[in-house]
Design a protein around this ligand. Sequence first.
Ligand SMILES: Cc1ncc(COP(=O)(O)O)c(C=O)c1O
Length: 384
Amino acid sequence: MTGIPLFDDVDLQAVKGVLDRGNLCSIGGGESKAFEEEFAAEFGSPYGLTIVNAMAGLHAGVVAAGAGAGDEVICDPMVVFGALAVMYNNAVPVFADVDLDTHLLDPASVEACVTERTKAILVTQLWGLMADMDALQAVADKYGLFIIEDCSHAIYASYDGKYAGTVGDVGVFSFQMSKQMALGDGGMTLMKDPDVRQTMVELTTFGTCPERLSWNYRMNEVVAAIGRVQLKRARGYVDACIRNARILNQACEGYEAILKPQGNPDPARYVNSYHIWACCFEGDKVGVSAEAFQKACGDAGLGFNYGYIGAPAYKQKTIRDQIGYGRDCPRGCPLALRHPDYTTDLCPNAEYLMPRIVLCGTKGEAAHYENMAEKLRGVLESFA
Ligand SMILES: Cc1ncc(COP(=O)(O)O)c(C=O)c1O
């Protein structure tokens, strides 16, 4: 496997086929329909639905969950995407904390956030690892909640043989260019229930006059045609990313007190697909400053991302200030039961993790990662 993604004559022929047929729209076209069927079959899900991008899928998922103005959806605080999708529908994002080791939504914290207004749990399968879906499903069952899985990082991630996107009520994938399976832009949703799928279709596709407030979030046929080709290669892309991330993991072995890779609760049960290799910098606890570590990495030519978005999602301006629909909504929505104070440290683990996060992409040749690993080992050894 050379390039990720690899585009070649097969993609070109697929595009040419669409152009030759002359219909580039999924309405009346066959590519989008075939793509969603093939994608669903690949992951063992009964229903797929193509979508213009993951944000559109998350938005529709929140609506399908029945979360309207003033309702609450429990999100994780490590990324903003879920909370933004909740705000798209004038609902209130409520942030549950994450586990320090896995960086993933903590089911106990989720349960503590449930109120009579909670409609859904929106869980990000972050960096490529799935959260404890059995425990989240138990919370959802207990309180009658919908689960939306954001699988933008997690194509081919699995636990107990179940793929990301097939466990919750709606699974949402992104094919934006940085993703392992990349189509420029694009997305896919998976559903277990035919009624939920029908709702998702109604919310995301209309021709002239919809039966209910809907959006046109369709994927076009050119993207779908490339998607069908790329789906056949996606497993290979992910395998390469897993191989590369494991090379970096090995470099940290014995140095976890300084740099601790995202924890896997049980490697026999959970497959991390490693869209991103993520670590927590712990060096300050053993006398290594973040500044010294970052400088040493920079000097060694290691281009990591430090701190991701700097602070949990609820402290990002758009969410903190609930900048939305004007007239003070969603922040002051009179239909809401409560308005969390997003300026406080709502999620202590996320507060701890976020500034310590060290991220690295995983696409590329093994040799590149072997080289990085050698440099990283040298940096870590110099502080040991
Ligand atoms: C976790 C997560 N969710 C959602 C998105 C949004 O994806 P899209 O660009 O397909 O809307 C991204 C994009 O980076 C993401 O990383």
